[in-house]
Design a binder for this molecule. Sequence first.
Ligand code: C2O
Ligand code: CU
Length: 470
Amino acid sequence: MILSVSDILPSVEHLLTRLILHHKIKKMKKQTKVVEYNLEASVFNWEIGPGKTVEAWGFNKQLPGPVLQANVGDAVVIRVTNSLTQPTTVHWHGLCLPASMDGTDAAQKPIAPGETFEYRFEVHQAGTFWYHSHTNETFQMERGLYGALVVHEDTDPVTDRDRIFMIDDMKLDANNEFTAPGWYVPRVIETHDGRQGNTLLINGKENPTINVHAGQMERWRFINSSSARYFLLHMEGREFKIIGTDGGLLESPRPVTEVLITPGERMDVVVGPFNEGETFLIESLPYNRTTFLRPKRESFATVKVGERKKSIAFLPETLRKIEPIARQDEPVTRKIKLSVGPSFKNGMDFKINDHVHVNDKPVKVGELQVWEIDNVSLMDHPFHLHGFFFQVLDENGKEPEYRAWKDTYNIKPRTKVKIAWIPDNRPGTWMYHCHILEHHAAGMMANFDVIDGSKPYIEKPAQHVHHHHM
Ligand code: C2O
Ligand code: CU
């Protein structure tokens, strides 16, 4: 029998692919462990408290979605299936991944209903991260499309238990249904304040009871996944220690009785040891961020201290070293102005450098970035940079109290904050924005490219890249 070229070709191709695949798998096996997860975004009933059920949008019929865990050096593969009626994307908040995996509309075509998208990246930093929908966020995140992602490391301090607390709130009507502001004025107020509800949630539950053992020390990883709520953590005056934030551990533990956690931010704290029989609240003290809504002291959960158990916890005085990446007086390379102004069409615009939804100038791989973020508005904005950690150099002329790696930092009213970061070799389109979801949607966001300086750059026209679904 004579074989034609076309008969042979597919088999050769097949063989080649198999060889390449085999080689790739061997390489991966040698260097990294692959951690795989499947997430399905869907609509389901979720009980937030006894007899109180909401129609949630979430991952794997849980709210929050499953906790994804990996170790430093692992390759993570997450297949996201969209069983919603709207397109969606998933952003991996705080992770230093390739631009194409960042999960924004700028990075990928949104996952259409019925489709699956595979996110792949390696994790190189230990810490508390999270994932959330990055499409029609004011709607999808409000309903529960988020979860935690924790990266562990051998050098993590030893505690008796490690827990995650995702802080959220929902704005529900008397029938436990999500509401939308009906007319102009409430709509403008919701844009201004951000959507803040009076149903307070910790890990998707209303006022849960947390049982701990006397004599033990636990690590509590707080993640603020709310649309707009400023969570000023307080435990009825009990002292706890901050040991980490967005980009992992601090240099040393910081004893406090309260700490502010703004939308998008994380704070890892070590609590205890407590005495048997103690009961106290995990609460938020009032924080005035100049909203129409009056700030209040509110409780999120009740902690009950049970039977004494022995402890293996050890919290060293030095957690790690964080090298400063720039001096406090380092010259500024970019200025970003945050402002709020009236808008004929939307009632109120939230702006970056006087425009809404902007394309900012590119930055070059390897070039130190010193950005001055100038909040000229009268309200707070949690500034979030995708894909890269920064250090705060200066806040209104003052050096911060301690050094940390951040990806989200609260910019107070009439405040200038100077941050420094280095774009490592991950070219592509990235973004920064205010993490109050309604401010982001109302324009306080920018895309920018990280470019390999050796190639010519074609400038992108400023454009409106935002989609509204409601
Ligand atoms: Cu946590 Cu652009 O978001
Ligand atoms: Cu804002």
